[in-house]
Design a protein around this ligand. Structure first.
Ligand SMILES: Cc1cc2nc3c(=O)[nH]c(=O)nc-3n(C[C@H](O)[C@H](O)[C@H](O)COP(=O)(O)OP(=O)(O)OC[C@H]3O[C@@H](n4cnc5c(N)ncnc54)[C@H](O)[C@@H]3O)c2cc1C
Length: 431
């Protein structure tokens, strides 16, 4: 390995930055601990959170990388195998697959003068001026304890398919998209199925009048976000109906303040009695779980779909807060450690790959810049630019929403910064 830049991880984010670096003619090394590309989308990758029923929650048309749309024969919401094949095709088409050294994990990252000293799992080391960490944020489970419960308790990171539920009384815990998907699996395979949510959420149907709802919603994105919400919130309420009749709690926050739950199947199952909606867990004893409304039921399995920590196990000391890497300009440039970058550490309310792409092109533009004045000006921005990227929305205070950005605001800001420095943020698609 001889380049000045190291990319760690070959999931969607690692592939996006590899393409951008290659387009700029920058030499880089690229390592991935798994046997192939695709990150979480490879259901056979050890430790992946992927499960058989998983589909994209953002629709095909808004989810691809720039200049490389998802194939038109894909359904509106591709399944995990299709996403993996898309990512592999992307890597092959852009000639970024061959340079990846697979089966190679980074185990430590240390500072050595102006450089980073990287240790690999074969104990070899190498030095780099720039390290780009693209190791994903859905590998380290956030799993609260369920004290007193004597049945099986596990996190959804271990869940693969509905066969695991057959003959069991299953309680799925969580209010995110995975929790809702998995509760739907339980609806059709478990002996009894429940879902426990501590609070109410907005449910957004995946289609409106047969069109993916992120395309319908996108038509209003020229409006200021709060105005868009004022229009969409009553429409969503009208389309979805009274959630409390399905046993769910009414959301106490406004639309867009939490990550959207894109699911109509769960409402179907709740309304057909295939799944029972429960409130938060108060306590457990033996196989009995008591909920905060005083109701109780017996379960064989509690599946915690309670999210992930944005951990970087081999380099946590350089990233600070494990819940979300802190002090990253545009979720990509470390403000505290020169030469340390990330792509992919971003939570947003739309398809993420477009954002990964923009982060990648901005980062590649900076790394390729030879004008010292421009570099210094950009470094001033890294230190000082704290432009709000919430588009006027007041995101929930939960750990998941720390560092959460509004996709439109994020895109607009990156495009503006890229234009100031003359760094094109779309792919020339120099395949
Ligand atoms: C069920 C589900 C549905 C989702 N739906 C959507 C959706 O609809 N739209 C969307 O935009 N996003 C969605 N996501 C989010 C998903 O996280 C992103 O699509 C994407 O996979 C994140 O890409 P990444 O490259 O940042 O991380 P990952 O996909 O996690 O890839 C990280 C890579 O880094 C490697 N790695 C980690 N540590 C090391 C190390 N120490 N050394 C070497 N390599 C390492 C890993 O093996 C992995 O290949 C979904 C996620 C899940 C689980």
């Amino acid at each position: 390995m001889s380049a000045q830049i190291l990319v760690i991880g070959a999931g969607p984010a690692g592939l996006a930055i590899a393409r951008a670096l290659r387009e700029k003619g920058l030499d880089y090394d690229h390592v991935e601990r798994n046997v192939g590309p695709g990150g979480v989308w490879d259901i056979d990758a050890p430790g992946t959170p992927m499960y058989e029923s998983a589909h994209f929650i953002s629709s095909r048309t808004v989810s691809g990388f720039s200049g490389f749309p998802m194939p038109s024969h894909f359904p509106d919401y591709p399944n995990h195998r299709q996403v993996l094949s898309y990512l592999t095709d992307f890597a092959v088409a852009h000639r970024i697959l061959a340079p990846i050294r697979f089966n190679t994990a980074v185990t430590d990252l240390d500072r050595s003068g102006d450089e980073w000293e990287v240790t690999f799992d074969d104990a070899s080391t190498a030095r780099y001026a720039s390290v780009i960490v693209c190791t994903g944020s859905q590998w380290t489970p956030n799993a609260p304890a369920v004290d007193g419960f004597t049945g099986e308790v596990r996190h959804s990171v271990t869940y693969r398919s509905s066969d695991e539920f057959v003959g069991k009384r299953v309680l799925v815990v969580g209010g995110g998209n995975s929790a809702c998907d998995i509760a739907c699996d339980a609806a059709t395979s478990a002996r009894e199925a429940s879902i426990s949510m501590r609070r109410g959420y907005w449910f957004i149907p995946k289609h409106v009048f047969g069109v993916p709802s992120d395309i319908v919603g996108g038509a209003g994105s020229f409006l200021p976000k709060r105005l868009e919400r004022a229009v969409l919130q009553p429409v969503v309420r009208l389309l979805v109906g009274d959630l409390t009749k399905a046993g769910l709690q009414k959301p106490t926050h406004k639309l867009f303040e939490t990550h959207p739950v894109m699911n109509d199947q769960l409402l179907h199952h709740l309304r057909h009695g295939d799944v029972t909606a429960r409130v938060g867990i108060a306590s457990a004893s033996g196989s009995t779980v008591t909920f905060t409304d005083g109701s109780a039921a017996d379960f064989d399995l509690i599946l915690l779909a309670t999210g992930y920590r944005h951990a970087v196990p081999f380099a946590q000391r350089w990233f600070g807060d494990q819940q979300h890497p802190d002090d990253l300009y545009l979720n990509a440039f470390s403000r505290r450690h020169r030469g340390l970058y990330t792509v992919g550490f971003i939570e947003t309310n739309s398809g993420a790959y477009r954002l990964f792409d923009l982060q990648s092109h901005l980062l590649a533009g900076y790394l390729a810049e030879r004008d010292p004045v421009k570099r210094r000006d950009f470094e001033d921005l890294i230190a000082d630019d704290r432009a709000p990227l919430n588009n006027g929305l007041r995101f929930d205070r939960s750990p998941r929403h720390k560092g959460y950005v509004d996709s439109d605001a994020f895109v607009a800001h990156l495009v503006k910064v890229g234009a100031v420095f003359g760094w094109p943020l779309t792919s020339g698609d120099g395949r």
